[in-house]
Design a protein around this ligand. Structure first.
Ligand SMILES: [Zn+2]
Length: 120
């Protein structure tokens, strides 16, 4: 057993895993909904006339950005679940120190402690 594994009690690991799985489900639903909402029909209904064509295109771009961000978050969560499995979860990528459970419970997919995140 490594020092990193000893940092988190089994109950804490279980909490983190549940939180990650919950976020994963939420993101998957959101991405599915975004895919449905991106259909042209929605743009035509309300926006044409009130929004210029350029604004409509910008709106579509915004949706795309949001999707890309959610997709990236989804990948981070999946990576965090893998780290939970292989025992490397909870160590800071920057300094190697254990990330406090208080931080992990708020940002379970985080890769770095708050000091290293600020330094980035
Ligand atoms: Zn650090």
């Amino acid at each position: 057993m490594t020092a990193v594994e000893q940092m988190l009690a089994p109950a804490q690991r279980e909490m983190i895993r549940e939180e990650l799985l919950r976020s994963l489900g939420k993101l998957e639903r959101s991405l599915k909904a975004a895919g449905a909402a991106a259909r042209p029909r929605d743009l035509e209904q309300d926006t044409v006339g009130r929004l210029s064509r350029v604004e409509a295109l910008q709106n579509a771009g915004f949706t795309k950005n949001l999707e890309a961000r959610e997709q990236a978050q989804l990948e981070q969560i999946v990576a965090a679940l893998h780290r939970l499995e292989d025992g490397s979860y909870g160590a800071c990528n920057g300094c190697g120190a254990p990330i406090p459970f208080e931080r992990l419970s708020i940002f379970p997919e985080t890769l770095a402690c708050s000091a290293c995140t600020r330094g980035c």
